[in-house]
Design a protein around this ligand. Structure first.
Ligand code: KG4
Ligand code: ZN
Length: 363
C-alpha cells in the first residue's frame, strides 16, 4: 500500500477505480483521496508476445478481453461498487483494439453504476504516478520515457502540460527493445540491457547519435538503432546468439549470471556502450529544458525510468533542483497512475460522455 506524500486536495473518502489497457498490460487499481493506493493489479501479457519479439496488436486485444473482468474483480476485492466516486480509464495514446477493451468496459461500469467516467491520457498517467508519490514542485519538467513515448513536458501547478520536445522517430524504450531483440535478449530487451550493462565497458564502442541541428529539444533514436545493427552485422555472432536463444527457450527470465555465461565480453561492451549513448542523450536535455521553463523540480517517468543507469546519471548531473522517479511498481504501465491522474479531473468535473472515443497518437 502506498501513500501520497502531498496534502490531499480532494475529499479523503473519494475512491476512483482506474483501468489501463493501452498496450500489453491489463491493469486495474482503486485509489483513495486520502493518498492510499488500495489495490493495484497488473496482468502482464509478456508471455503471449515474447515469441514474436514485440507486442502483436491482435493478440494484445484478445488478451485484454480475457483479463479485463478478473483484473477489475481482483482490484475491487477490498471495495464495494458503492464505495466508488468515479471510473477512470486510459483513452489514448495506445493500440486502438487494446484501448477499446478497457474503455468499453469502463463505459459499461459507468452506465450500470451511474458513476462519472473520466478519460485519462496515458502519458499524463505516467506523470501523475510521480506527482502522487513525491513532493513535486511546480513548474516541473517531465521526461516520459517508455516503449511508446519519449516526451518532454512542462507541468504547471494546475497540472496542465505543455509539450517541449519529443522523439522524431523511435521511443527510447523501443530502441532498447529492438536492440535487445537483435542481440537475442528476448522481449522486452530494456530490463536485460540494464542488467548486463554494468558488466561491459561503456566506452568500448562508439555509437553515433543524430544531432538535430534546429536547436529543438527533440530526440532521434533510429540512427542509434541502425548503428547497433551495423556493429552487430560486422561481428561473427551466430554461435553466441544460438546459445542465448537456447537459454531463453528453457528459461523465460534468466538471471544476470545465466546471461553472462552466454554473452562474451565484446557483446557486453556493446550493450554497455549502447545504454550509455541513450542515457547521455536523454539526460542532456534535462538542464536546458529545465532552465527554459524555470523548473523547480524534474519528473522522470515511464518504463525506461526503471533503468538504473538513467537514474544514476540523472542524479549525478548535480542539477540545482530535485529529480523525482516513480517507485518501480508505478514506473511501468499500471492503473494506479490512471486513477491518480483522474483526481484533478474529478475535482474540476471534467467527465467524459459514454461516446468517448479512444485515440492512438498523443494529443
Ligand atoms: O511504460 P511502459 O510499461 O509501457 C509503455 O508505455 O510503453 O514501458 C515499457 C518499456 C519497454 O520498452 C521496456 O523495455 C522499458 O520500458 N523498460 C526498460 C527497463 N524496464 C522497462 N528500459 C530500460 N531499462 C529498464 N530497466
Ligand atoms: Zn506507459
Amino acid at each position: 500500500m502506498q501513500f501520497c506524500n502531498q496534502v490531499p486536495q480532494w475529499p479523503m473518502a473519494t475512491r476512483i477505480l482506474g483501468i489501463e489497457s493501452s498496450c500489453d498490460e491489463t491493469a486495474a487499481a482503486v485509489v483513495e483521496g486520502s493518498g492510499k493506493i488500495l489495490s493495484s493489479v497488473v496482468a502482464s501479457q509478456l508471455a503471449a508476445h515474447a515469441k514474436y519479439g514485440g507486442v502483436v496488436p491482435e493478440i494484445a486485444s484478445r488478451e485484454h478481453g480475457r483479463a479485463i473482468v478478473p483484473v477489475v474483480q481482483a482490484a475491487m476485492s477490498g471495495s464495494t461498487w458503492s464505495d466508488l466516486s468515479a471510473i477512470a480509464v486510459t483513452e489514448g495514446p495506445g493500440l486502438i483494439g487494446s484501448l477499446l477493451v478497457g474503455a468499453t468496459y469502463a463505459k459499461s461500469l459507468s452506465y450500470a453504476l451511474a458513476l462519472p467516467l473520466i478519460g485519462v491520457n496515458h502519458v499524463e498517467g505516467h506523470i501523475h504516478a510521480v506527482i502522487w508519490e513525491q513532493p513535486v514542485q511546480f513548474p516541473a519538467l517531465a521526461l516520459v520515457v517508455s516503449g511508446g513515448h519519449t516526451h518532454l513536458f512542462s507541468v504547471a501547478e494546475s497540472y496542465e502540460l505543455r509539450l517541449l520536445g519529443r522523439t522524431r522517430d523511435d521511443a527510447a524504450g523501443e530502441a532498447f527493445d529492438k536492440v535487445g531483440k537483435l542481440f537475442g535478449f528476448g522481449y522486452p530487451g530494456g530490463p536485460v540491457i540494464d542488467m548486463l550493462a554494468p558488466y561491459g565497458n561503456e566506452k568500448a564502442v562508439r555509437f553515433p547519435i543524430a544531432k538535430l541541428k534546429d536547436g529543438s529539444l527533440d530526440f532521434s533514436f533510429s540512427g542509434l538503432k541502425t548503428a547497433a545493427l551495423r556493429w552487430f552485422e560486422a561481428q561473427d555472432i551466430a554461435d553466441e546468439l544460438a546459445d542465448r536463444y537456447e537459454l531463453l527457450s528453457s528459461n523465460p527470465h534468466p538471471s544476470a549470471e545465466e546471461w553472462l555465461q552466454v554473452t562474451p565480453q565484446r557483446t557486453l561492451d556493446a550493450v554497455a556502450s549502447f545504454q550509455r549513448t541513450i542515457i547521455t542523450e536523454l539526460v542532456s536535455r534535462l538542464r536546458p529544458s529545465a532552465e527554459e521553463i524555470g523548473a523547480k523540480s524534474i519528473i522522470v517517468s515511464g518504463g525506461v525510468a526503471c533503468n538504473r543507469g538513467l537514474r544514476d546519471a540523472a542524479q549525478r548531473m548535480g542539477l540545482p533542483i530535485p529529480i523525482y522517479f516513480p517507485s518501480p511498481a508505478l514506473s511501468t504501465d499500471n492503473a494506479a497512475m490512471i486513477a491518480a491522474a483522474a483526481f484533478p479531473k474529478f475535482r474540476r468535473g471534467e467527465f467524459a460522455g459514454l461516446d468517448m472515443p479512444v485515440y492512438s497518437q498523443l494529443r
